[in-house]
Design a protein around this ligand. Sequence first.
Ligand code: ATP
Length: 357
Amino acid sequence: MDRGDLLGLRGSGAPGELMIVVDTLVKTFPGAGGAGEVMALQGIDLEIADGEIFGIVGPSGSGKSTLLRCLNLLEEPTSGRILLGGDDLSKLSGSELRSARRRIGTVFQQFNLLHSRTVVGNIEFPLEVAGVGKAERRSRAKALIDLVGLTGKEKSYPSQLSGGQQQRVGIARALAAEPDVLLCDEATSALDPDTTDQILDLVAEVNRRLGVTVVIITHELGVLRRVCTSAARLEAGRIVETGRITDLVAHPGSALGAAIVPVGDDPSAGAISDTALVTAIGDYAHGPWLSEMIRELDADIAVVGGRVEKVGDVTVGRLRLRFDVGADRDRIARFVDEREHLTLSWGTDTDLEGLSE
Ligand SMILES: Nc1ncnc2c1ncn2[C@@H]1O[C@H](COP(=O)(O)OP(=O)(O)OP(=O)(O)O)[C@@H](O)[C@H]1O
């Protein structure tokens, strides 16, 4: 699929069309010192729609990097398939494989720039390797420098740039071959919080203007909140939950949703099992649903925790509520069920490893 001229800005891809399909992907490595095999990926199924910004999270050793390396064709799957825009990558070899590689750009945590080359030289490098002529290289590099906000820095070397500027070069270089997919491997982990936000905003702009599908490996909840449209959580080489971010947040049983909008422990020291976590999504989060609940249920309710977050461009409010002893849980459930934008679960949140604020 041709992403077109970078100078001509585009909207995102056809909604609903799948860009990446991972089908029963298994990856094993030989164990160290003759020990048995390490099964890094144990049958991953994943669908990523064209134009999405898809986050992948999980604790250390859960298989995130292995999955990313299978997606950018640095690792060969042991079994299973990866389809990119409908093409089965496992069936490609030689020149087809090389051109498939150019459909995927990768941005690294440590930028991985060539220190002996200028900004322009770094961005042009993948185009040189691909045999693109000089005039075309220059014009693409210029458009990308503009896009990532580095105009005036063309002749600087990486050592003369801040971390955020170096990552802008990393993003421009990854986009040089006009890929369909941008893979970001902990691309903001080496950056301070303000620079992280600027780089995330750039990734979102690239996604919107070029229509590039973005896959982000991250341990930062802020990344999921700020830019991701969907996410998957890995544990021990398997996907344990996946979905649109707003659906995960609204879903009462979702550990990832709870981590994205955490309410925290109940400081009133009562039993958590007696409290309910109520989530309100969108405009409803701004509305008087709590007073409605108190009126309609004629209940005494204490608010013992709460948080309101912007998740993408949707507001999500979560409250931990303590009802009076003997409250009618069925009636409370009915009240919530009758309202499309409210969900409720009783009891505790699960603590997730490998995620930080
Ligand atoms: N080249 C390799 N040889 C042997 N085992 C490997 C290799 N690469 C990864 N593994 C093993 O596969 C499992 C998954 O590793 P992977 O690096 O994909 O996890 P991760 O979720 O990216 O971890 P982290 O967050 O720490 O980077 C681990 O048990 C790891 O030790």
